[in-house]
Design a protein around this ligand. Structure first.
Ligand SMILES: [Zn+2]
Length: 348
């Protein structure tokens, strides 16, 4: 078969047999695309943030299940769960950080059970989806708040992070917006439980929306892609070819695909998606199919299908060891890291 690229979709996590005490500094801003992976394989690591959400997370899980039904080795994604999505009746302070934790939302907990049961992984995405790099958390009096941002999520998800699955007994954290600072790592490394986390886990693909000179997306981010003015214009111009919604979905998917093949030198990377976005429920089947070497448009719209052909690569799935602890300390891949260290009120 032509274009026989070996792109591996590798879903969290690799691990070594080191113990936590061998590596006391897990909390460092260095996590990212594993070096070993970058050098030797073309890989896609699927991650979903901000959930769970009753309306959309089950659809994402179903898509993954359908996709897995014809794969020799199932895709195992990682869901970075937000406290806001797990708990109800919580209160935040004037800066938007946690003031009162609230009570567990049982329907959300059921969704977490489903995620685990389906063989996927979960991680901690903080409680209020606030900026962890904020100077507001620097003052000693607010150390309690910065600790509780992670601990109040940890208390809810800890029961699912059991050692009965070798791949699932390490604790991972992704900072909302990728907003982070090194001094926060010191806070967490001095905390008995939080020091066992690895993080923050950044991403390579899915962080921003960018366009080529021709006006087509070369990069996409599911949380703001379909509303983007340029994309709306592009799809309105193509309306005769495709239904508007389908065009938006496809163009956002195209941004993700472009990014995965071009941005990291044809090496794929860690993909950021959001299981709370309706767009993502529509887009996921496309990107999974194209990443797996299927061209979903060849029959439907041959003209577009032909253009799409260059994106279609064949990959194999495997549950490989993406993040060995050793790699986590070697890798730095997050170009927006410095620019995001700004103190702003949290936004949705
Ligand atoms: Zn998020």
């Amino acid at each position: 078969m032509k274009n026989q690229w070996k792109i591996f979709i590798i879903l969290f996590f690799g691990f070594s047999h080191q113990t936590w005490s061998d590596n006391p500094d897990y909390f460092s801003p260095k996590a990212g695309f594993a070096k070993e992976l970058e050098e030797t394989r073309n890989s896609i690591v699927l991650t979903f943030d901000d959930g769970p959400l009753l309306e959309t997370t089950p659809v994402i899980l179903q898509t993954l299940e359908d996709f897995n039904s014809f794969l020799p080795t199932p895709v195992r994604a990682t869901f970075f769960l937000s406290g806001k999505s797990l708990v109800e009746n919580y209160e935040v302070d004037s800066m938007g950080y946690i003031k009162k934790p609230g009570t567990e939302n049982l329907k959300s907990i059921e969704l977490v059970e489903k995620i685990i049961k389906a063989g996927h992984f979960i991680g901690n995405h903080g409680f209020t989806h606030s900026r962890m790099g904020s100077p507001y958390l620097d003052h000693h009096k607010n150390l309690k708040i910065s600790i509780s941002e992670l601990m109040e999520v940890h208390k809810v998800i800890e029961r699912f992070l059991t050692p009965n699955d070798d791949l699932n007994h390490h604790w991972f954290f992704r900072a909302p917006y990728g907003n982070w600072k090194e001094s926060r790592a010191e806070d967490y490394n001095s905390h008995e439980e939080l020091k066992q986390y690895i993080g923050p886990i950044f991403w390579d693909i899915g962080g921003e929306v960018k366009f080529s000179e021709k006006g087509t997306p070369i990069d996409a981010a599911d949380w703001n892609c379909s509303h983007h003015q340029k994309l709306q214009t592009l799809c309105h111009n193509q309306f005769s070819k495709m239904d508007l919604q389908e065009c938006l979905v496809w163009q956002c998917a195209r941004g993700y695909l472009n990014s995965s093949y071009l941005k990291v030198n044809f090496k794929g990377g860690i993909v950021l998606l959001h299981d709370i976005q309706e767009l993502t429920t529509h887009m996921l089947p496309y990107v999974l199919r194209v990443w797996s070497g299927v061209n979903p448009y060849m029959d439907k719209d041959p003209e577009l299908g032909k253009k799409l052909e260059s994106f279609v690569k064949t990959f194999r799935f495997e549950n490989a060891q993406v993040f060995s602890f050793k790699n986590l300390n070697q890798i730095q891949y997050f170009k927006s890291y410095d620019s995001r260290l700004i103190d702003q009120p949290p936004v949705e």
